[in-house]
Ligand binder design. Structure first.
Ligand SMILES: [Zn+2]
Length: 320
């Protein structure tokens, strides 16, 4: 059984059109070098077309085909940097409905932006309590450090409820800053909140050296593999993951795909199949470590209540 620690609902309802346009623009610039591929507007349209899974039905079908039992849905807060995203309360309600529609399949980490202040922190607490959400998702490229003091009220909410904090690290859409997304910036917060697990989003893919030593020496820091299939790494991603899994920090690595990223490269089934059944990814890695990465470490960062919900069998009636 596999858990995917990093997914998003592929829907323009939650991912702003400006973000997709930005991603399309970056892709077009890369294509410019080889003078291939469609023009920018068609590229942007194709990204929109990939984001019409508003109720996560296609994601669940992908998970079924890939043998993924449950996934974490991330709900980043882009409200301060990009237009077109509904407010947090609306996104929270929709993710709650998605969870009701697909019982037993999703954990949800709700987003925040520290510039929403104390009022934002209490709204976050209310929403998390109302819907029994499972963690906090931060997107520092929006322009704040994960150790910014204004986040501490949010971390208090997480500490009192035993919720993990998932922090995007490394590059992203070209219009956003990369200066606040360095992995090391998590250190201060992780030290000040030793009971709160901090997961470095993409830490197994970008800035791996720093992320791995943080995971090795900072007891409450974990590393996510999200985006592994699309990153520019030497020798291809299976070889990269294999190097990662031989660094001696498998007790801290959480497998994640960052769906719908890379959905065109064969979908979850091909990706997860290569990870689970391929010759390369877990070559020389013990069975025990493999289980930690693919399933157990995620359960270690979730609250007992979240783990409990995962153990409960899905409701008999799947829909309605
Ligand atoms: Zn993501």
């Amino acid at each position: 059984m596999i858990y995917d620690g990093h997914c998003h609902v592929a829907s323009t309802d939650f991912i702003p059109d400006a973000f997709l346009g930005d991603v399309a623009c970056g892709m077009r610039r890369r294509l410019d070098v080889v003078a291939a591929g469609p023009p920018l507007d068609r590229l942007h349209e194709s990204y929109r077309a990939q984001h019409r899974d508003h109720d996560a039905d296609r994601l669940v079908a992908e998970m079924d085909a890939a043998g993924v039992a449950r996934s974490v849905l991330m709900v980043p807060d882009f409200g301060f940097v990009m237009p077109g995203q509904p407010d947090l309360a609306a996104m929270a309600r929709r993710h709650h409905e998605i969870r009701l529609r697909h019982p037993g399949r999703f954990w949800v980490y709700l987003g925040a932006d520290p510039r929403r202040g104390e009022a934002g922190a209490s709204e976050f607490a209310d929403l998390v309590d109302r819907y029994a959400f499972d963690g906090l998702k931060l997107y520092p490229p929006c322009g704040y450090s994960p150790s910014d003091r204004s986040l501490y009220p949010y971390y208090e909410v997480c500490r009192s409820r035993s919720l993990p904090v998932f922090v995007h690290t490394g590059p992203t859409a070209q219009s956003l800053t990369f200066t606040t997304s360095e992995a090391i910036l998590v250190d201060r917060a992780a030290r000040d909140f030793p009971e709160v697990p901090f997961v470095l989003g993409h830490g197994g893919v970008t800035d791996v050296e720093v992320s791995a030593y943080l995971a090795a020496y900072r007891p409450n820091v974990f590393v996510d593999t999200g985006g592994f299939a699309g990153s520019p790494v030497a020798g291809g991603w299976p070889a990269h993951l294999n190097r990662l899994f031989r660094l001696g920090v498998n007790h801290k690595i959480i497998f994640g795909t960052d769906w719908p990223l890379n959905q065109l490269s064969g979908g979850l089934q091909r990706l997860v199949g290569e990870v689970r059944d391929g010759d390369e990814v877990f070559a020389g890695v013990s069975r025990r470590d493999r289980d930690l990465v693919l399933r157990e470490n995620l359960l270690r960062v979730l609250s007992p209540a979240s783990v409990d919900r995962a153990d409960r069998p899905p409701a008999e009636r799947r829909h309605g």
